[in-house]
Design a protein around this ligand. Structure first.
Ligand SMILES: Cc1ncc(COP(=O)(O)O)c(C=O)c1O
Length: 561
């Protein structure tokens, strides 16, 4: 090659390198635009910032006036808090004693206990308002603790409890009975599985089914199948959506490693669609239709209630239109559309989110309630996506097993559950389901408004979140007043209340009475006192200053604490 030929080759290489970097920069920019501006939308940054948050806590005096409340309000709050503490101490004595005994050896109990309220208040609250982790029994829509206290259950057992606890006691018992002769034999199937597969295929509108032990495993398998069949690497999910605790679907805080093969996109956004339309390396889009309640928001736990910024709003037609757009883009680009219906499946409608929003997915995961009270994860999918081997390349397989998959007792209970779905009693529960739950929400909201408390409910059918209508640092206290009124909440407190469909109007009226009484008591104890100048923004700014002062003690005086 002569000199001019060599130079040309260099220019050519240079031009290719520049074009490649320009393409990379363009792709990066496009992805940045398709992210939600919140920290949840920026997983790496969220992890970095989380690692900088220092621990500090409010002492006895600041605990009651961290919002700058005057002394008489702080006294009022203290008196209310101590009254509540005395009530908890006597009413829940045995339950909390037994909890304290085991807590030291059960890390999960330590974790949930530490993360019920914002960390600045947590230790003080834990010292005085102890929450027991034991229950003795359930009946109808209630649960009873070790002290004999009956609570209306608003936990829904993480969403498993759709038809009412008594229904699952029946499905579990009959399921065990029907498979007793085979007992714990694993590998070969109990014949009951055939009817489960038939029913699930009919409900999902899909061809094949695989069984797993948890929702997390079902999602793992669906994503793995999508990657196997498309030969592509990336999983696209939407900001704030929960899909279990497996690393790839937990790209932000909570995962010790970054999730390098996950793209977290802005929900209901044209920029997100642009990314899906233009990239060639996206295997699947994972959708949790629960996000219709709070697009781009995560499970709204009370521990994050530092102000009243929690918001929720359901626009069913808009979310359905968004899913339709996603469907069309996935079709055009050969991307697998996965609906993760582990929570909302069977709850929004018999046919789940696919039926509720009128959009069909390529793979659907189910879990929770479909195990008839036992642990479960299910993937339903199109035949060509469910296949785990290739006829033309025998060594290229998509491996997925699990010792307890298709356990006879679970298959038995599942069959009992699926049969229940076809009974007139359960059909009646689905009949007018949204109208019923919307009317109930409306009724409680009206009563809360009449009571003059800054609390409102937003619901997606039987799934509720509590929102707060004026800025406050103390909204997380409501969970303790609700428990005192005999309402059982899950550890994320007022962020998610889940009703079983067997709630009668009378049960619901009792819940309303208690809810309003709790909110009233909290208001009377002064927790919602408010400096008119206080806003959610000003609260956040004050907390940020506290954190900076904690990191840089020299600044403490400057910020006035
Ligand atoms: C939408 C969704 N996907 C996956 C999971 C994980 O299921 P599991 O807890 O059974 O592993 C959950 C659990 O809450 C969920 O709500």
């Amino acid at each position: 090659m002569d000199i001019s030929g060599t130079a040309l080759a260099f220019y050519g290489l240079g031009a290719t390198a520049v074009a490649a970097s320009a393409y990379k920069v363009h792709r990066r920019l496009q992805l940045s635009k398709a992210k939600h501006p919140s920290l949840a939308g920026h997983a790496r940054m969220a992890r970095r910032i989380a690692s900088l948050v220092p621990f500090y806590e409010y002492g006895e005096s600041r605990f009651f006036c961290s919002d700058g409340a005057p002394a008489e309000i702080a006294d009022q709050r203290r008196a209310g808090f101590m009254r509540l503490a005395a009530l908890y101490e006597t009413r829940f004595r045995e339950t909390t004693r037994r909890t304290a005994e085991v807590a030291e050896r059960i890390s999960d109990v330590q974790f949930t206990d530490a993360y019920r309220v914002p960390f600045q208040y947590s230790r003080y609250v834990r010292r005085h308002l102890k929450i027991g982790t034991f229950l003795q029994s359930s009946a109808g829509v209630t649960v009873t603790d070790l002290d004999g206290n009956r609570f209306y259950d608003l936990t829904g057992s993480y969403g498993v409890n759709l038809l009412g606890y008594d229904a699952y006691k029946g499905t579990m018992e009959r399921g065990l009975g029907r498979t007793r002769e085979l007992g714990p034999v694993l590998g070969p199937y109990h014949p009951v599985i055939a009817d489960n597969v038939r029913r699930l295929a009919q409900i999902s509108g899909l061809d094949e089914v695989s069984f797993h032990m948890s929702g997390t495993e079902a999602v793992m398998q669906a994503v793995r199948l999508a990657r196997y069949h498309t030969g592509r690497r990336y999983l696209a999910r939407f900001c704030g959506a929960y899909h279990g605790w497996w690393g790839d679907v937990q790209p932000g805080v909570g995962n010790p490693l970054p999730a390098n093969d996950t793209l977290t996109l802005n929900d209901m956004s044209e920029n997100a669609l642009r990314v899906l339309r233009t990239r060639h390396d996206i295997a699947c889009v994972l959708v949790n239709p629960l996000q219709a309640l709070h697009p781009n928001g995560s499970a709204p736990a009370d521990t994050s209630l530092v102000d009243s910024g929690r918001s929720a709003h359901v626009d069913r037609p808009a979310y359905a239109a968004w899913l339709k757009e996603l469907r069309a883009v996935c079709d055009a680009r050969g991307i697998v559309l996965i609906f993760d219906e582990i929570f909302v499946g069977f709850r929004l409608a018999r046919g789940g989110a696919q039926e509720y929003f009128g959009v069909r997915a390529d793979l659907v995961t189910y879990g929770k309630t479909v195990g008839g009270g036992f642990p479960i994860g299910v993937v339903c999918g199109k035949r060509e996506l469910m296949k785990r081997f290739r006829d033309d390349r025998p060594a290229d397989i998509c491996f997925a097993r699990g010792t307890f998959n298709s356990h006879p007792a679970i298959m038995g209970a599942m069959n009992e559950f699926l049969q229940l779905l076809d009974t007139p009693q359960v059909a009646a529960l689905y009949d007018g389901i949204d109208e019923r739950w919307n009317a109930r929400t409306h009724e409680l909201n009206k009563r809360l408004e009449d009571a003059g408390v800054p609390v409102q409910i937003v619901n997606l059918s039987s799934i509720w979140t509590v929102c707060y209508t004026q800025p406050s640092r103390y909204n997380w206290m409501l969970q303790y007043y609700l428990r005192a009124e005999g309402l059982a909440l899950s550890w994320i407190g007022t962020g998610r209340l889940i009703f079983s469909l067997d709630y009668t109007d009378a049960d619901f009226a009792a819940v309303c009475d208690r809810f309003v009484a709790a909110a009233r008591a909290m208001a009377q104890d002064g927790w919602w006192w408010r400096d008119p100048a206080m806003t959610n923004k000003s609260i956040k700014r004050a907390i940020l200053k506290e954190m900076i002062a904690e990191r840089v003690p020299l600044l403490r005086g400057r910020f006035g604490f």
